[in-house]
Design a protein around this ligand. Structure first.
Ligand SMILES: C[S@@+](CC[C@H](N)C(=O)[O-])C[C@H]1O[C@@H](n2cnc3c(N)ncnc32)[C@H](O)[C@@H]1O
Length: 279
């Protein structure tokens, strides 16, 4: 059911009729549609096997761990995203594992069906043996996106003229909270915070943080998450943003760059499109 909802949103985006203004490569949705079609024609499983089959996380094969978390969280991955999704999960898990040696709580802003948080938990359990999700806070409206702002708009083909609109609209990516919670049954220490950022951040315990994953796609909640967590990060604490390089969500990068520039914060960007800072 959830998979169908996600597929219908993806279909709405990627099955717009071609034609209209703009040349090849002018529109993010066109670029990603072309990439999707290219990957659909190729033997993707063979490529992923060649690229990743010898890579391990916490002693387990990356692909085996990835596929089990995709399945258990019922997550759909479009073919344009396959390689970045696998490598991104591995990157995220490595920073998460690094943070296990630091004092402080951990959080993910933007949980959706639970894939990335489950991947991090499973990697921690493989490394630490008895990890039960203690000190991990998962934050999401579970009602989907709030209203996107102009910073989030992308150029979209609209007949003879370019329209500017968000890739997703308010309410897209709504999920069943109970279903997501059940994905974490092996990690009883995980705490859920249900509500919209920034308001929901007031429900968090006043504490210091060792790791934060920001994956909310949009400008305002990305900025609000940085604003809340960065001052509370321990020395050496990590913030990973999933969306820095996203073609569909330019607002996240604007928020990240403006926050880091204003506060003189150094960061790196990875090939997957993730940005990462270490305090
Ligand atoms: C891309 S999905 C997260 C993907 C997830 N990390 C994974 O690995 O599958 C983005 C999520 O951010 C949530 N979100 C976006 N803006 C939010 C806000 N202001 N407050 C709470 N949740 C928000 C949406 O509900 C959605 O579930």
């Amino acid at each position: 059911m959830l998979r169908e909802i996600v597929r219908s949103v993806v279909r709405r985006l990627f099955e717009a009729p071609p034609g209209g203004a703009g040349g090849q490569g002018s529109f993010p949705v066109d670029d990603l549609r072309a990439l999707k079609e290219r990957h659909e024609r190729a033997p993707l499983d063979l490529h992923t096997g060649i690229l990743f089959r010898d890579v391990a996380i916490g002693g387990m094969g990356l692909l085996e761990l990835y596929e089990s978390c995709i399945r258990e969280s019922d997550t759909a991955v479009s073919p344009w995203k396959t390689f970045a999704r696998i490598q991104g999960a591995a990157n995220l898990a490595r920073y998460f594992l690094y943070s296990l040696d630091l004092e402080g709580a951990r959080a993910e802003c933007g949980v959706f069906q639970g894939f990335s948080a489950l991947f991090a938990c499973r990697a921690a359990a493989l490394k630490a043996g008895r990890y039960g999700g203690e000190g991990l806070h998962l934050i999401d409206s579970f009602e989907g996106f709030p209203q996107p702002q102009p910073e989030d708009f992308i150029p979209i083909r609209g007949g003879n003229e370019t329209k500017y609109a968000p890739a997703f609209v308010a309410g897209d990516a709504a999920v069943s909270f109970e279903q997501v919670r059940s994905v974490f049954r092996a990690f009883p220490g995980v705490q859920f915070h249900r509500g919209f950022i920034p308001e929901v951040l007031a429900q968090l315990p006043e504490t210091s943080w060792a790791f934060v994953h920001i994956d909310v796609d949009l400008h305002d909640p990305t900025l609000a998450s940085l604003d809340y967590f960065y001052p509370r990060m321990v020395k050496g604490g990590v913030i990973v943003c999933d969306d820095y390089g996203s073609k569909l969500f330019p607002g996240a990068r604007k928020a990240w760059e403006s926050y880091c520039t204003e506060n003189g914060i150094a960061f790196v960007t990875l090939e997957t499109g993730q940005s990462v800072l270490i305090k």
